[in-house]
Design a protein around this ligand. Sequence first.
Ligand SMILES: *Cc1c(COP(=O)(O)O)cnc(C)c1O
Length: 450
Amino acid sequence: MEDSDWMADRAARIQGRDLDALYSEKTHLVHGRFGAAHWDYKHHIVPPASASVAYRLNTSQRGARGFQEFGHDHLGDGEHILIYDRLDEPTRAMLEENLAYAERGECAVAFASGMAAISAALCTSAASGTHILTHDVLYGCTFSLLRNWLPRFGIEASTADFLHPEEALKQIRPNTTIVYFETPVNPDLTLIDIKAVTRRVKAINAERPEEQQIRVIVDNTFATPYGQRPLTMGADVVVSSLTKNIGGFGTDLGGVVVGPASLERAWLGFRKDFGGVLSPRNAWPILVYGLPTLTIRIRQQQQTATKLARFLHRHPCITAVSYPGLDSFAQKELAHRQLIDYDGHFAPGTLIYFTLREDSAHPGANGQRFIDYLAENSYAITMAVSLGQVRTLIEHPFSMTHSALAADASARSRIDPGGIRLSVGLEKGDDLIHDLSEALEHVFQPQQRA
Ligand SMILES: *Cc1c(COP(=O)(O)O)cnc(C)c1O
């Protein structure tokens, strides 16, 4: 049999089966989706990393057709005409196909960073004169984008406490077009009830004409699609930083927007013109290393996180631990309903937020001494921002990732000056406990103990 026939036969055999029914997410994330019209690779086991800024167009008619079709037929089965990397690109398109699958979305568009994806998701659903309603605790750069940049273009934003969705959604205005939040919230790991929000927004939308529909956009960076799929709970759009747990190894920035096919054209157009495109060189490690290992990394990391959270919870010098997997977690019922992995098991996540006992005259001072000690003395724990890597990272949100909120008079009270965020990696749990214990011993000398 001709080699090409053999490959075509195999492809037909594979495609002829109901792959979604036969194989689990864990397997799909390793093998990819094989439906991509973007690349005709046949004998590669690992998808090739492509690198071509521009593409041969053959004839002026074909070139013109490529431009006409850009953003229209991305999901169609006709010939896909590649033109220029910033418009569409095969390695990145394979990643997008797998991310759409992972999030249960119809399409995904990848950006240069999480912030580029968030900018695109917001700007394509807003316009001058419209309003965005968000939860009052947000990743610092998202907060700054809404506070410092979008108002320049006539897009207004205000915040509400989405821990009480009914109350928060009373802040919706006639010109509101976006409801935006993270859950779990960075950094305090409180949860927002996605179904409660989307149910209420759908009721409001039912009374509105098409052009005034409100979109619910959820930042799923903390849970990852492994631990939570907001689109299945009624959200319209999911944004994620690929830099964190999806990339997983801390080597590449990236971001993604996932949602209905009806929005793909706007996202691609925005990316083309604002230019925040994910480089295929950065897409490749996320496609080849990040996504295939996502399920196993998260499962291991959250097992260790549960162990560390219990240790911290029992420790006399720790006043509060927020971790969805603890019995003491305030929103335990919601956590078990919303944070569910592909196999239907509870997925409490890989981050822990906690506070040390503080002297009321110097709030946050013990927390800072604690992470400074770890920074200087710990082998297993690294003081750094970012999260979701194979290494355990610790940081102080008030002065670091969330300093934009801390600097804002109205938001300041929502960020605890003593709060510490721990992103659990793949080290042995006992080693991490060893380093945490030693730092706590150092901060709370015996005479200071209550
Ligand atoms: C890090 C982060 C972002 C931004 O992602 P980048 O890839 O750093 O641009 C957005 N949202 C949350 C919740 C994050 O943790």
